[in-house]
Design a binder for this molecule. Structure first.
Ligand code: AMP
Ligand code: TRP
Length: 336
């Protein structure tokens, strides 16, 4: 059976939307919306898996994230933009997937291991089940393609495993085997303080990331203080090997300037970091300032953003309702 091409992606409203989210995910979504039917979801139910959040803060983050996506160029009329909890079908399918996924599969999830750390006995059951909810987010719309950053690859493999096992167990081709779409020059943006660590919302140091809400001065300051090495920039990509900070900053520069890494390296060959950092600041500020300004304008009017999310939620439920009916019949649940 051929499945209609449909794109789904999600992002957590946990504050601090940063350049990694933008370059690794949101910017690619903007490129995809021209061609395909897209569903973009603020996954507020995932956001409470690490710990319960202050309710006002979660509402604020959800609205801010929606504003950031619209400001980055996501068209909420053309696409469906909503927060996950507005469509309870995600949770319904997640429960069924909890009964499909095996403990062994979930135990292998590196993101869980990283987030749980040494405190495995004390993390929430929701954190462990997180990837099953993610599979439900995608498959409740039978989405065929999921654009994400590289860190989500393993979760998408699990999504395929769940789809495959469900299809096999019920001997029906209900779910597609979803493909990850990992593309762009910055699929893994690293911390400004440590080129071996991913730029992350949860890094305690704000200096480690460029936030989408940062002012031009903050961006300049963070880039100025970003970790580097003492050498000048190389004249080939090979010369970036073993220089994680240089590679990261060059990757960011290329992505923001709209160049390939080869072009960017050629342009900057032989420059010292002081000079390069000025160039990087210029492209970062000129790219991000209009987005930040638009975000501020949108967040000043929460009613507008709430209206978009509500309408998106309705459209999302219309798409998932027939899938859930099909799942009820397949599993043997009596329909309401
Ligand atoms: P999260 O912030 O974990 O909800 O991630 C939202 C999206 O941003 C996902 O598609 C991630 O793969 C992507 N992402 C998060 N951090 C980075 C990063 N440092 N570099 C590139 N992509 C990222
Ligand atoms: N786990 C993803 C992240 O942290 C967010 C997410 C939740 C997601 N559900 C999804 C991404 C469905 C893509 C598709 O980045």
């Amino acid at each position: 059976m051929a499945f209609q091409r449909r794109i789904f992606s999600g992002i957590q409203p946990t504050g601090n939307l940063h350049l990694g989210n933008y370059l690794g995910a949101v910017r690619n979504w903007v490129a995809l919306q021209a061609e395909y039917e897209c569903i973009f979801c603020m996954v507020d139910m995932h956001a409470i898996t690490a710990s319960l959040l202050d309710p006002d803060e979660l509402r604020r983050s959800t609205r801010e994230l929606a504003a950031a996506m619209i400001a980055s160029g996501i068209d909420p009329e053309k696409n469906i933009l909503f927060n996950q909890s507005q469509n309870p079908d995600h949770a319904t399918l997640a429960w069924i997937f909890n009964c499909v996924a095996r403990m062994g599969w979930m135990n292998r999830m590196t993101q869980f291991k990283e987030k749980a750390g040494k405190d495995r006995e004390n993390v929430s059951l929701g954190l462990f089940a997180y990837p099953a909810l993610m599979a439900a987010d995608i498959l409740v719309y039978k989405a065929t393609h999921v654009p994400v950053g590289e860190d989500q690859k393993q979760h998408l493999e699990l999504t395929r495993d769940i789809a495959q096992k469900f299809n096999f167990d019920y001997q029906k081709e209900i779910f597609p085997l979803t493909e990850p779409q990992i593309f762009g020059t910055a699929t893994r943006v690293m911390s400004l303080r440590d080129g071996m660590k991913k730029m992350s919302k949860s890094d305690p140091s704000d200096q480690s990331r460029i936030n989408m809400t940062d002012t031009a001065d903050q961006i300049a300051d963070k880039i100025k203080r970003a970790k580097t090495d003492p050498d000048a920039l190389p004249d080939s990509i090979d010369g970036l090997e073993g220089r994680p900070e240089a590679a990261n900053l060059m990757g960011i520069y290329a992505a923001l300037a709209g160049q390939t890494l080869e072009q960017a390296v050629a342009d900057c060959a032989g420059r010292g970091f002081a000079e390069f950092k000025k160039l990087l600041t210029e492209v970062a500020v000129s790219h991000l300032a209009p987005i930040t300004a638009e975000m501020r304008r949108l967040t000043a009017d929460p009613g507008y953003v709430d209206g978009i999310l509500r309408k998106g939620g309705e459209r999302a439920r219309e798409l998932s309702a027939p899938v859930v009916a099909e799942i009820y019949d397949t599993v043997g649940f009596l329909r309401p």
